[in-house]
Design a protein around this ligand. Structure first.
Ligand code: ADE
Length: 418
């Protein structure tokens, strides 16, 4: 079996950490037990391009238990946990191609390695696999029956492809499930982003001016958690409804040129490019921290920052100091890549439990139904979403009310008014 990981000697550590995450993934665990019995993915080759973490390992093991031949590569050059990659390749016999810090060429070579398995299903986080298939390996679409996509950015790319009529096979937008984005994007990104910034810098958040760019589900989560640690949070938005929501959630809302001179810590989560750029760098305070937790490393114009800087040096792990011509020092975290995965361990297992339960069940759904689907982006079926919520509540020991027959009748009638 072929694989490309940093050091197979790390496998024992990876195994322990994979087991640790599994304890917090009861929904995925139940799916794994059923998959082991029923083998719904038997005969399927599945190409997964995901952040190679302990949680992803548990998903890959579940898919394998379901009968799939899984091959895995990283969905970001800086998010791989090398001990996990080692354990997957050697202990769990899952061909894994991922090394933390791999360069761009290696990153794409690894995607090609996974695609060389000639998959029937693709599972993406950011749509890079789909991108490569559609640009360089169109022949593979013949055998691919369908795919799934994990993240907001990937879903946006796929919808653009479907709108242009170029998408070659159906894909389920896992991100759009309520049990995914309401929890993973909000509570997962909220906690793990603050975790990444704190691990990289050890800065005190209490009293700091924390600027959140983008008030989608991820931005909402980061703003909420930064405030929880005492930061004075500023939100920058381009959407008037979200800006209004942020205002009524109690944050200061202002354009970035106003936030730039007063912010101590900046974090972008917009999914867009050049959110922090030259005009903002010129205004920032000496010592400002600049980070990104959006999927791609395009939100901070690092090229401009490095070009303008008179000196650039690494001052701590994941912290690059850029000295500006006037002597101000700006600190960029994790090369402008997702700071929650670069400097921390990504979202905690308990939320990934629901995201990856969606991935597992949507792969099964694709195997059952892909033949009848068009070359479009599909929502996660409501039954899957609700079942995951039910299982998670049960695992947390939480019971909820049921409608009485009179309430069911009332909800279904249109004649009962005042
Ligand atoms: N995306 C964010 N956090 C993650 C995690 N822990 N595992 C996989 N993908 C993630």
């Amino acid at each position: 079996m072929s694989y490309d990981v940093k050091d197979t000697g790390l496998a024992a550590k990876g195994e322990l950490r994979i087991e640790w995450a599994e304890m917090e993934m009861p929904v995925l665990h139940q799916i794994r037990e059923r998959f082991s019995r029923e083998k719904p993915l038997a005969g399927m080759r599945l190409a997964a391009c995901l952040h190679v973490t302990t949680e992803t390992a548990n998903l890959a093991i579940t898919l394998k238990a379901g009968g799939a031949d899984v091959a895995l590569c990283a969905s970001n050059p800086l998010s791989t946990q090398d001990d996990v990659a080692a354990a997957l390749a050697t202990t769990y016999d899952i061909p894994t191609y991922a090394i933390k810090g791999e360069d761009r060429d290696t990153y794409y070579r690894h995607i090609h390695d996974v695609l060389d398995t000639k998959p029937h299903l693709t599972m993406d986080d950011g749509a890079d696999t789909v991108g490569v298939i559609h640009e360089e390996r169109k022949d593979l679409a013949e055998t691919i029956i369908g795919g799934t996509e994990e993240t907001t950015t990937g879903v946006i790319r796929l919808r653009a492809m479907a709108a242009d009529g170029v998408l070659m096979y159906p894909i389920v937008a896992v991100n759009d499930a309520a049990t995914k984005h309401l929890f993973d994007n909000r509570y997962g990104t909220g906690q793990s982003t603050v975790d990444g910034i704190v691990r990289a810098t050890n800065r005190l958040l209490a009293g700091a001016r924390f600027v959140v760019a983008g008030y989608g589900w991820c931005g909402r989560g980061v703003a909420m958690r930064a405030r929880g640690m005492g930061a004075r949070v500023i939100v920058c938005e381009i959407d008037p409804i979200r800006a209004l929501e942020a205002t009524m959630d109690g944050y200061d809302v202002m354009p970035m040129p106003d936030a730039a001179p007063i912010g101590d810590i900046f974090c972008t989560l917009t999914g867009n490019t050049q959110v922090l750029r030259s005009e903002h760098f010129g205004l920032m305070k000496d010592g400002a921290i600049i980070s990104n937790s959006g999927h791609f490393n395009v939100e901070i114009d690092l090229e401009d920052l490095r070009r303008t800087a008179t000196a650039v040096r690494q001052v701590r792990e994941f912290v690059e100091e850029c000295t500006m011509p006037d002597g101000r020092r700006l600190y960029v975290l994790g090369d402008g890549r997702l700071i929650n995965l670069a400097a921390a361990e990504g979202h905690p297992a308990s939320v990934m439990d629901m995201s990856f339960a969606n991935q597992a069940l949507c792969s099964e759904y694709m195997v059952r139904t892909a033949k009848g689907l068009d070359r479009k982006v599909y929502s996660v079926p409501d039954e899957i979403d609700r079942e995951i919520a039910r299982l998670k509540l049960a695992a947390m020991g939480i019971r909820i009310d049921e409608l009485t027959p009179a309430q069911v009748k009332y909800l279904n009638s249109w004649s009962e008014g005042t």
